[in-house]
Design a protein around this ligand. Structure first.
Ligand SMILES: [Zn+2]
Length: 208
């Protein structure tokens, strides 16, 4: 072996042993100007967004699309444009399809049009649309495929780490802001979230 190569490899392995990793993995999830790269995310930028009320999002609001499996991609394409005369003013940041593909429509540093109402955080009131990330789950909230569940939880995990979200804030539901008209994302997704992002109280119980 060439001496320089041996030297390089030994330095490489030493650094790996010290830090556990060497170079950032180019396939690892990362944000570029609010757009997610990695996790197999497909980006279809939408014009349907407004400015945020806060520097970085404080939480995630979950929804389901109430559309059949296989509709995610065409939904993502449809909301790229907006005609105020015929389109409903609706958009979201991410849509997780039943096949596990994640579609991003709006930068996480912009507000999407996914949830009306306001939210109190740190003693201030914010528009929900101005301070949260909206994630749609393809389907009706009754069945979640393994691929969809894995992608959605990886996405939530990434975003909650990136923005240091409290577990409670990772689990906002559309239904809690509009209980008379909305029931999404439904109790099944709620219990999946509770397992992966336990509330402080149940986390304490679990560790006893
Ligand atoms: Zn919704």
């Amino acid at each position: 072996m060439f001496a320089w190569l041996r030297k390089f490899l030994s330095a490489f392995l030493k650094q790996k042993a010290l830090t556990g990793h060497v170079e950032p993995d180019p396939d690892a999830a990362r944000l570029e100007n609010g757009w997610l790269h990695g996790l197999g995310v497909v980006r279809y930028p939408s014009v349907r967004h407004s400015s945020s009320s806060i520097d970085s999002p404080i939480g995630i609001v979950w929804h389901y699309t109430a559309t059949a499996p296989g509709t995610a991609k065409s939904l993502a394409k449809r909301i790229q444009k907006f005609d105020a005369k015929k389109d409903r003013a609706a958009s979201w940041h991410f849509l997780v399809a039943t096949d596990g593909v994640i579609y991003q429509s709006v930068s996480v540093f912009e507000g999407a049009w996914h949830c009306k109402g306001s939210l109190e955080y740190d003693g201030s009131n914010f528009r929900v649309n101005g301070c949260t990330i909206g994630i749609e789950l393809e389907g009706f909230g009754k069945v979640f495929t393994a691929a969809q569940t894995k992608s959605a939880l990886e996405l939530a995990e990434f975003l909650s780490n990136e923005f240091h979200m409290d577990n409670e804030c990772v689990k906002f539901k559309h239904s809690q802001f509009d209980p008379k008209r909305r029931s999404d994302p439904g109790p099944i997704w709620g219990s999946i979230l509770d397992v992966h992002f336990p509330s402080e109280e149940s986390a304490k119980k679990g560790s006893n």
